[in-house]
Design a binder for this molecule. Sequence first.
Ligand code: UDP
Length: 354
Amino acid sequence: MGNHDVVVAGAGIWGCTLARRFAEAGKRTLVLEKRPVVGGNVRCETDAETGIEIHSYGSHIFHTHIPEVWEFVNRFVKFNGYQHKVLADWKGKLYYLPLGLALVNKFFGTELKPCELAGFMADEERSKAVFDAFFRGYTSKQWGRAPEDIDPSIIKRVPVRSNYDVNYFNDYWQGIPADGYNSLFERLLDHPLIEVRCSSPFELAPGTDSLERPVYYSGPIDALFGYVFGHLPWRTLRFETEKLDMRDYQGTSVVNYTDAAVPYTRIHEFKHYHPENAAVMNYGKTVIMREYSAEWKPGDEPYYPVDNASSRELLERYRALAAKVSNLNIGGRLGGYRYYDMDKSIEAALAVAI
Ligand code: UDP
């Protein structure tokens, strides 16, 4: 690994943020990436004909309330001001998803005011009907488990509001990089002290107890140790992408299909992430992507950690193993086995002592 001071293994958002920080601190930084391209699961691909930015690993919307994170990313890219809204399809009818007045009034055919909502929803049957329609089926497809068997923090990601605000996130800042996500990674890594090697997986020989230089690894922690204790439970995704001969398919970027009878969880329509791009918006074709969720098995890409008592125990065993290897540091969504949003990955990378 030559004359480098530090190795960053994994060029996702955590790794690229760290690499930039090391380089700016004067450290010669080697970035090793297993895939042929950088960007991790935020990687996008632009469809040559339509100019549509396809989020190859599913929709990524940047949102944060952390000033340091917003300031950091804005050094590298400009955001387009996109505000995320999610519609839910329940038995052929569409509802704006935050649990709020728009959803409840449409679902029950009511005209409730904010001050009446809590009293109305205190009725157990009503709240069960809403939960069963919008959460039970989607969660069982997404996690392969009943909502009772997943950590409650997962479902609490969906906002609950007593007004007509249908923004999907509560965060103050959000948007999509105007020049695309790939430009964020290119610019983060564009520094004279950073060397990037793609198609270069980082491997730890069995029995290694010390690394010559500090390594910051963000691949799956169980994979790093050859799954010696068995694999952690992960969810994987499968996508079906289609280019359609129409200007607009669904009128919005994401529609969730909350009925368990529909095999996919959601349909993404990527052109809607760039409403500022008139040429893309008006072009007579669109690209949609159906998303399917499944239990991870060896050979699949891991996307979501499955957080429960047994996975936490297994994770602790892997962490104990990692702690025995001097100079090894592990983080990011896969390394940390954390359901991080992009901003949380950056926050964690900004907190690493350089
Ligand atoms: N969820 C749901 N119905 C929905 C949207 C979300 O039941 O229509 C639940 C589901 O368990 C999901 C979790 O809330 O995994 C978090 O949703 P989020 O949209 O944050 O998921 P992500 O976009 O990260 O996959």
